[in-house]
Every structure is written in structure tokens, then in C-alpha cells.
Ligand binder design. Structure first.
Ligand code: ADP
Length: 327
């Protein structure tokens, strides 16, 4: 086992609230353990372009509450090539780095795992993504903040929906996973929640809306995950429903990138701090090729390969709750 005396850290892929807090935790845990920490700007591309800068406890002051990532994030096609990864490895060796912490999503972990296997270079992952789509953690960093952002936005949309007797289709993030849609949908009292994991079907959706109208509801919110395929897309879906409800004013709202921004919630800040500490401690103990996760209140490790491949499941109890709530 090599003695780890210098750790590099980067943020990669889609940014998420809590990445800065995790960076702060990594840097300060290195300082606590009297080892060096190096920050790499712009993810794997920075690794290839030699964008390395030493970090100390003062480098991370004032960022605990800031969204985004002060190291910047990036997508790197060059890292997908062997040639790019060789350059990345050479730079790490040049700077005498012993191990790498990657804060990112499943794409970043795929790259990190390939890199570790190719060069026998220790990599640990911290799950930073709002999608909550990694196996081995009940919460990814930024997910809780995104849920609160979505809930607040839909609460505001509801004010308009009620004032004008409108039916709103609100599209939220989640190309492959419906976690944001299902949880925020329950939190805002949505009439229907459409997620990629469950195929409701247009007829059932129309039936449900008809029932709620009959029951006296004059406005409704339908939360749609961007990966849902009930319609071609949320606008086409709204058009198909509009034909059935000529007297209903229908509007579509796509929340978009605002879901990724903002100051991390208390939950995400505590989680990021715990994960950052565990990431450094794991490398110091000789662990690698693993993702730091959070389950049943505890911080735990899952092999990166499992975290990437295993799909997180939608909790059937949550589906049941959402169905009971819209009766
Ligand atoms: P996320 O980490 O948020 O899922 P991406 O899927 O865009 O984001 O991945 C981030 C980066 O990880 C990519 O730009 C690329 O540099 C690296 N990466 C993703 N897949 C691979 C792969 N198969 N091989 C090497 N690197 C990869």
C-alpha cells in the first residue's frame, strides 16, 4: 500500500449544490491530517491541461453556502481517449499526487474507474448530482437542495394556477430517474406525477384530470420528469390533454437549470462535509475504487462499478402515497 501524502480533487460533469461544501471538507481534512491537497480546475479537462493549484484551509473560506463549484466543472471528450488519460496520469505523477477524489455523477465515476484500472491510480468518488441516480446512496449531493428549489418554484406556479383556474404541466429534471418529480410532486400536492420508471399512459392521465375536475377542482398541477415518455415531450403532452379539456386553460412551465443552482440546504451541507471527510480518510486507509454514500443515517462505501451500474429504484410506497393524495 502506498503512503498517501498528496491528494488531488476535482469536480466533473453537471454541477450541483454542495460541491463547494464537499471541496471545503476535502481540503480541511487533508490539512487536519497534515497532507497536501491540490485542486484541479475544470474536471478531467484540467487534469489533461495541467490546471493544478495547491489548496489550503484559507483557499476554501466563504464557500460553504455557495452553489456551483469554485473549481469549475467541465465535460472532457479528451478524457474518453487513452491518449488524454495518459496525459492526465503524467500530470498527476509530475505533481507527485498519490490519489484522486472525483466529485461528480455516473459519467465522472465511469471515467474515474477506467482511469484507476488503467494506471492503478487510487480514485474515490463523492456523488455530486441533483438526479439522485447512483446506487449505494439514498441521497446524492445537491438532491435535497434541488427538491426544495423545485418545491418553492411550483408553490409559486400554484398561486397563478389557482388565480386563473389553470392546469399547469411543470417539467422538472430527471432524464432517467423520477426521484425529483415524485418527491417534489408529493410535496406540492400534484394531481399527477409522471416519471420515466412508471408508464401512466395518456388515457389514465386524462381520466384522473377529468375525475378531479368533476370533484370540483378548478386548477391542477401535473409534475413531469423530463425523461417521462407519456407524450413526445411536455409541450406535446399538454396539447394532447388540451383537446380533451377545451374549457381548461393549460400552461407549460419548464423549470430547467435553475434546479441546479442556489445555496445548498442544511442537509446537503452536512452531507457534503461528512462525505468529504470520509473520502480523505478512506484514501489514507488504503481504500480506493469506491464511492462515498449515505444510507440509513450512516456514511458508507460502495464499489464505483456497483454505484454506476446499479439503478436506484423508485420507492413503491411513495407512489402509493402520491396516488392516495390525489383522490
Ligand atoms: P456526470 O458525471 O454528471 O454524469 P458526464 O456524463 O458528462 O457527467 O461525465 C463527465 C465526464 O466524465 C465526461 O465529460 C468525461 O470526461 C468523463 N467520462 C464519462 N464517461 C467516460 C468514459 N466512458 N470514459 C472516460 N471518461 C468518461
Amino acid at each position: 500500500m502506498i503512503k498517501v501524502t498528496k491528494i488531488a480533487v476535482l469536480t466533473s460533469g453537471g454541477d450541483s449544490p454542495g460541491m463547494n461544501t464537499a471541496l471545503r471538507a476535502v481540503v480541511r481534512t487533508c490539512a487536519y491530517n497534515k497532507i497536501d491537497c491540490i485542486g484541479i480546475s475544470r474536471g478531467y479537462q484540467g487534469l489533461i491541461n495541467d490546471n493544478f493549484k495547491p489548496l489550503n484551509t484559507r483557499s476554501v473560506r466563504g464557500i460553504i453556502n455557495r452553489g456551483g463549484t469554485f473549481l469549475f466543472s467541465a465535460r472532457s471528450n479528451a478524457f474518453k481517449t487513452k491518449e488524454g488519460r495518459v496525459r492526465a496520469y503524467e500530470n498527476l505523477i509530475k505533481h507527485k499526487v498519490d490519489a484522486l477524489i472525483v466529485i461528480g455523477g455516473d459519467g465522472s465515476f465511469t471515467g474515474g474507474l477506467i482511469f484507476q484500472n488503467e494506471f492503478n491510480f487510487p480514485v474515490i468518488g463523492i456523488p455530486g448530482t441533483i438526479d439522485n441516480d447512483l446506487y449505494g446512496t439514498s441521497h446524492t449531493l445537491g438532491y435535497d437542495t434541488a427538491l426544495n428549489t423545485v418545491m418553492e418554484a411550483i408553490d409559486k406556479i400554484r398561486d397563478t394556477a389557482i388565480s386563473h383556474d389553470r392546469l399547469f404541466f411543470v417539467e422538472v429534471m430527471g432524464r432517467d430517474a423520477g426521484h425529483i418529480a415524485l418527491n417534489s410532486g408529493i410535496a406540492v400536492g400534484a394531481q399527477e406525477i409522471l416519471i420515466p420508471e412508471e408508464n401512466v399512459g395518456i388515457e389514465e392521465l386524462i381520466d384522473s384530470l377529468k375525475k378531479s375536475k368533476k370533484a370540483g377542482k378548478t386548477s391542477s398541477i401535473v409534475v413531469v420528469a423530463e425523461g417521462d415518455r407519456t407524450g413526445e415531450n411536455v409541450f406535446e403532452l399538454a396539447k394532447s390533454v388540451e383537446i380533451e379539456f377545451p374549457n381548461y386553460e393549460i400552461r407549460v412551465s419548464v423549470l430547467g437549470h435553475m434546479q441546479r443552482g442556489g445555496s445548498p440546504s442544511c442537509f446537503d451541507r452536512v452531507l457534503a462535509s461528512r462525505m468529504g471527510v470520509k473520502a480523505v480518510e478512506s484514501l489514507l486507509k488504503g481504500d480506493s475504487g469506491k464511492m462515498i454514500g449515505f444510507e440509513n443515517g450512516n456514511i458508507k462505501l460502495t464499489p464505483l462499478a456497483t454505484a454506476i451500474k446499479g439503478k436506484t429504484k423508485i420507492d413503491p410506497e411513495l407512489i402509493k402515497v402520491s396516488q392516495i393524495m390525489n383522490t
